[in-house]
Design a protein around this ligand. Structure first.
Ligand code: TMP
Length: 212
């Protein structure tokens, strides 16, 4: 079982992923929680290249190829072996992030995105994708609150978090577009509520799809 979580920065993916992994573990499953970019040794280097604000001159094409390189390594080294071993794999971001950020956000050509994504994933598609939907403004408010609370991950915005609001709005449109066009794979959850409200929506959505 391969489950991916998507949504804008600040939509609360990590918290919900933790709850879902605990849920599966309680049912006796072996769960692998992973993320993109950066979950392999080489991926950690790629993540730094992608998100460290010192690299301001990265072109959209370079950015897309780096995400694809991270994914190619991640699929072959982590995701596919775990799925073949019968584990539940929960991944924080996957192909829909590339479509939202590099296709909708950076407005790169669709055939380029499709080609590099196809090569990277080598046929490994999620069984279900949970998109946590949150407006750009609400995501920004959450980010600022966390920074004020001085949570280490939020103290300095990374290169993509520093992007303008128009870019983030396009990214959000991308997630909406994907959810509308691929309703069988993608379930959208309103992420504006409390942690428990969001969790209950995820549980009922996964039950409806016979995932849990
Ligand atoms: P995160 O690990 O904190 O979610 O940060 C990853 C950032 O990278 C986030 O801003 C989304 C972005 N991203 C892309 O632009 N394209 C991709 O394919 C992936 C996986 C992430």
């Amino acid at each position: 079982m391969f489950i991916t979580f998507e949504g804008p920065d600040g939509s609360g993916k990590s918290t919900q992923i933790r709850k879902l992994s605990e849920y599966f573990a309680q049912q006796g499953y072996c769960v692998v929680v992973t993320n993109e970019p950066g979950d392999t040794q080489v991926g950690a280097q790629i993540r730094d290249l992608l998100l460290n604000p010192v690299y301001q001159g990265i072109t959209p094409e370079t950015e897309a190829l780096l995400y694809a390189a991270d994914r190619a390594q991640h699929v072959r080294q982590v995701i596919r072996p775990a799925l073949e071993a019968g584990h539940v794999v929960i991944c924080d971001r996957y192909i829909d992030s590339t479509i939202a950020y590099q296709y909708f956000g950076r407005q790169l050509p669709g055939d380029f995105i499709e080609c590099i994504t196809r090569q990277a994933i080598d046929g490994i598609m999620p069984d279900v994708t949970v998109v946590l939907e949150l407006s750009t403004e609400a995501a920004e408010r959450r980010f600022r609150r966390r920074a004020e609370e001085n949570q280490a991950d939020y103290s300095v915005p990374d290169r993509l978090e520093q992007e303008r609001m128009e870019f983030k709005d396009r990214v959000n449109e991308g997630f909406k577009y994907m959810a509308i066009h691929y309703p069988q794979r993608i379930m959208t959850v309103d992420a504006s509520g409390s942690i428990e409200e969001v969790w209950q929506q995820i549980l009922s959505g996964l039950r409806e799809r016979n995932i849990i």
